[in-house]
Design a binder for this molecule. Sequence first.
Ligand code: NDP
Length: 487
Amino acid sequence: MTMQPKASHYINGRFVDDEQGQPLEVIYPATGEMIARLHAATPNIVELAVEAARAAQDQWARMRPADRGRILRRAADLLRERNDEIARIETMDTGKPMQETTVADPASAAEALEFFGGVVAGYHGEFIDFGGPFAYTRREPLGVCVGIGAWNYPIQGAAWKSAPALAMGNAMVFKPSENTPLTALALAEIYTEAGLPDGLFNVVQGFGQVGAALASHPVVAKVSLTGSVPTGKKVLSLAGSHMKHATMELGGKSPLVIFDDADLENAIGGAMLANFYSTGQICSNGTRVFVQNGIYDRFLDRLTERTKKIVIGDPLDPDTQMGPLINAAQHEKVTGYIDIGKAEGATLHHGGGVPHLQGFEGGFFVEPTIFTGVTDDMRIAREEIFGPVMSVLTFAEESEVIDRANDTEFGLSAGVFTRDLTRAHRVIAEIKAGSCWINHYNLAPAELPFGGFKQSGVGRENSLAALSHYSQLKSVYVETGDVESPY
Ligand code: NDP
């Protein structure tokens, strides 16, 4: 199977390559076979992309927002028309099952393009009345923005960053994760087909150093990264040292709190979504599942029953519910954490092994795993694993669980399951996290801000908040009388 794109990069409305660039092999995570061979961007490619973006941005910013939005909405329609074709590329690139990619990945990208394409025409500055004189504010674009993506949601990440950037009149240079370079190229082609002028959305491939070159480029006004906390710290300090705007969507170790009165099946469904979707490779996952003592036994029994039924295997088979991890390094990391959990004294309640799947011996599979007897100080309860490893903890009291939920350096997400809505709102208000759910988990609609507190990030994606992060505010004072001057 091959998924070789026309070339490695997409600059100024066309595919380009520079074979001097470091080879970048794309692996199908289910088999380990190479499906494409690209090249990382050379400094020349980075310059071409930034220059194309700079040259195109001014004219684009002068267009009526409604006209810019129409192009984005056309691109959303094209994404939907090609949903299954793009989902298949995403599956080959990430290993995520078609069952997920056909409903979640291009669909979420299209939703972002549609939302920002529609809402931007109504996103205005303010009018401030001084009783005669007045002032108004303008939301102006920043210029050339850089997006750097993670490997778990490649086309979604490219769209979540480019849609608000372009809607506001910016240009973007996007660097996908080296692991998943393919669908950002498909998005770039779709933008062109939808009528986006050349140079406004460019894709350059590469490893961390290409991201760093973009984040420190003097022409670049803003950097938006999705990635781990250590990378976020590096990129934020690079951006800061050049006084660039920055949005950081980083990792987490989020709490999911299940009270005795919760609807059992819904709470279990939520906990499974919060740990096993995308083989656990989701930043907002609720990997610390706090279960109140009274419901614990019933919760664990049904959770185990339902987890045993998860179909793991060939991602292209429509019945498959869980695919492999992204690569060998991540596989080693996740299985390493399973060993750490056992060594720390947690009980390996379910899974923990590496399944042997005929025809997929070279794939990076791991079983959905549940640890019980987990305590707050264990590494599996403190560090982001980024794999399908759920830690179940128990609690007695509301105030106790709030303190324990907040005892983390991260603050991306949190969830609460209870039928007592007063308590639900009270508890969520106390939890220090940016993206929270009551009686559900991991939904991220385009209308809702998404992002983290504490080490989990800076800024927000989606919603009107993203438009504010891709623009700068100009204040204009207007005098309607004479200038009173002491001179
Ligand atoms: P990494 O932090 O390893 O990489 C993220 C991106 O940054 C990649 O494109 C990477 O390139 C690039 N990069 C690496 N080093 C540098 C550098 N010094 N300067 C600029 N760019 C650099 O994250 P992963 O791709 O491994 O993704 C997993 C992480 O992402 C998890 O921690 C997860 O929680 C987080 N994440 C956060 C989300 C959120 O919205 N909050 C959503 C999804 C994931 P390359 O891959 O080529 O090294």
